[in-house]
Design a protein around this ligand. Structure first.
Ligand SMILES: CC(=O)/C=C/C=C(C)/C=C/C1=C(C)CCCC1(C)C
Ligand SMILES: CC(/C=C/C=O)=C\C=C\C=O
Ligand SMILES: [Fe+2]
Length: 551
């Protein structure tokens, strides 16, 4: 097992806001109704965010400062400069954005699942070695209605509003079936499109919301101008400078459409379609999918959408999903240019949220003979979904209940054989048998690659609590850990002009053990800490990020 590098206690301090505004703009904090750092935490939206804590047990935990990661953000927005400990490389100029569910209650309604929280967008702006930061709630219809009505008004991941709450906000029971009642709470990821627009996303199509990457202001709903419809899509489109690719599951005629949206447009066009092999079972849940240079891989996981559970008011153990191992597990391969299905193989059962990468395997003559696709695989165990309930995250701290996960490596032969293989990229002990929230050097997207960055486990733990750099060639991992803290997805930014795959930095935002939060910069190659900068308030856990290079 690779040695853990123990980080020292956080040392950074907070520079008073207003002293050093972000370059070129008045600080947001000077706008009416906006929290100034150092003031008591009460801001616009305080009616939503300053409810008393739910239970004495939780109160104690928060007082002890253990639960920053799972405690709602206390103010709608903030902006200020952070004091940096260490040195930020001078080449790192641009903005890192991280999205995630940072607000888990409205009035006296407390959400139950990590994925239910209202979206909080966090910003780190790097310029000439300095770092300014901000956060802001995304003004989705779901969030605005909850604030106004002091209740849940739309269907979130695990919860459904009470009929009167929903009817008063949306007005019509038919909304349950038309999609009107589905949330647009864009709390999962954030992407920068090739044309520069920045869009926050979740799994509902209507939850695609454009934001201003500088002010974090919600610009408005990202409207798809095509007539494709579809209420849900993958939360993780694959975005390059020229296009966005995503998957639209079809629950009526079980299958998936692969769609492409060219940069500069709002119009998705169908590249190809594939029918589910598990028919009559509905499509498998598709949170993410991998691509290679020439192909899109469509995963059909035995954890499938479930019509009954979608309509049910009470959450089921697997929420909107059902575990259907007997329906089979499949991977389909679609040619990006022709749109045809070039392979469809049965594979062992698997459970994954996140694919890491995929690439084409060639024989000695350069012919593509197979596709290799890697993912954070939960040993075909759906227990992870229940472990992400807020009660478990808050009360099982320090207990070794995080289910095992590994780098699941699929091999999909392209010779027409009906079966694919599932192995593992390295011994999971290398990353403490926990694994999720991965990134790679984007230059290697769809190509052979060596390094993946992810969150791993330093046990005992109930949630991934390390950052891990995985070397898929040497089959080793190097791990970063700060006792009691919860780091978010490590995000790799390449040094301009770099030629080595790991020449760059890894950015993560850490929810610390003493009720604080800090931005962390690791060297992508050595995986040693090079800088950290403390936020003046507790930072809740967040999910996925993107990089907006300096203009
Ligand atoms: C945060 C995250 O990773 C996933 C969020 C998923 C959401 C909000 C899913 C929402 C859904 C509904 C509200 C009903 C339809 C099904 C489904 C897409 C699961
Ligand atoms: C945070 C998470 C899984 C952690 C498991 O170890 C999954 C998040 C999924 C959505 O983006
Ligand atoms: Fe995700």
């Amino acid at each position: 097992m690779a040695a853990f590098q123990a980080a020292s206690a956080p040392r950074a301090s907070f520079a008073p806001l207003g002293a050093k505004p972000a370059a070129g703009r008045p600080p947001v904090s000077q706008l009416p109704g906006v929290q100034r750092a150092g003031e008591a935490v009460r801001a616009a939206g305080a009616a939503v965010t300053s409810e008393p804590l739910a239970s004495p047990c939780r109160q104690k935990a928060v007082e002890e400062g253990r639960l920053a990661a799972w405690t709602s953000i206390r103010q709608e927005r903030w902006e200020g400069e952070l004091q940096v400990q260490g040195e930020i490389p001078l080449w790192l100029n641009g903005t890192y954005l991280r999205n995630g569910p940072g607000l888990w209650h409205v009035a006296d309604h407390h959400f139950h699942h990590l994925f239910d929280g209202y979206a909080t967008l966090v910003r780190l702006h790097f310029e000439a070695g300095r770092l300014s930061a901000a956060h802001r709630q995304i003004e989705s219809e779901a969030y605005k209605a909850a604030k106004k009505n002091r209740r849940l008004c739309y269907r979130e991941f695990s919860e459904v509003p009470k009929a009167d709450g929903f009817l008063s906000a949306v007005g019509d029971l038919a909304g349950l079936f038309s999609g009107a009642s589905l949330t647009d709470n864009a709390n999962t990821g954030v992407v920068r499109l090739g044309d520069g627009r920045v869009v926050c996303l979740t799994e509902t199509t209507k939850g695609s919301i454009e934001v201003d990457p500088e002010t974090l202001e919600t610009i408005g709903k990202f409207e798809y101008s095509d007539g494709l419809g579809g209420l849900i899509h993958s939360a993780h489109p694959v975005v390059t400078d020229s296009e966005l690719l995503t998957l639209l599951p079809d629950l009526v005629r079980p299958g998936y459409a692969v769609v492409r949206m060219a940069a500069g447009t709002n119009e998705r066009r169908v590249v190809g379609r594939v029918r589910c092999r598990g028919w009559p079972a509905p499509p498998g849940w598709v949170h993410s999918f991998p691509v290679t240079e020439h192909y899109v891989v469509v995963p059909e996981m035995p954890l499938r959408y479930c019509a009954q559970n979608l309509l049910r008011a009470e959450p089921t153990p697997l929420y909107k999903f059902q575990w259907r191992p007997h329906s089979g597990s499949y991977l389909h391969v679609i040619c990006k240019t022709a749109g045809t299905v070039v392979a469809s193989v049965e594979v062992p059962p698997f459970v994954t949220f996140h694919f890491i990468n995929a690439y084409e395997e060639e024989d000695d003559d350069g012919r593509v003979i197979a596709i290799i696709a890697d993912c954070c695989e939960h040993n075909a165990n759906t227990a992870i979904l229940e472990k992400l309930r807020l009660h478990n995250l808050r009360t099982l701290n320090g207990q070794d209940v995080l289910p095992d996960a590994r780098v699941g490596r699929f091999r999909i032969p392209l010779d027409g054989s009906p079966v694919g293989q599932l192995g593992q990229g390295l011994d999971p002990e290398e990353h403490g048998r926990g694994l999720d929230m991965c990134s790679i050097n984007p230059a290697n997207l769809g190509r052979p690659y060596r390094y993946a960055y992810a969150c791993g486990a330093h046990r005992p733990c109930n949630f991934p609590n390390t950052l891990t750099k995985i070397d898929l060639v040497e089959k080793k991992a190097k791990n970063w850990h700060d006792e009691g803290s919860v780091p978010s997805e490590p995000f790799f930014v390449a040094r301009p002009g770099s030629t080595e795959e790991d020449d760059g930095v890894v950015i993560s935002m850490v929810s610390g053990k003493d009720g604080e939060g800090y931005a962390l910069i690791l060297d992508g190659s050595t995986f040693e800490e090079i800088a950290r900068a403390k936020f003046p308030y507790a930072l809740p856990y967040g999910l996925h990020g993107c990089w907006v290079p300096k203009k």
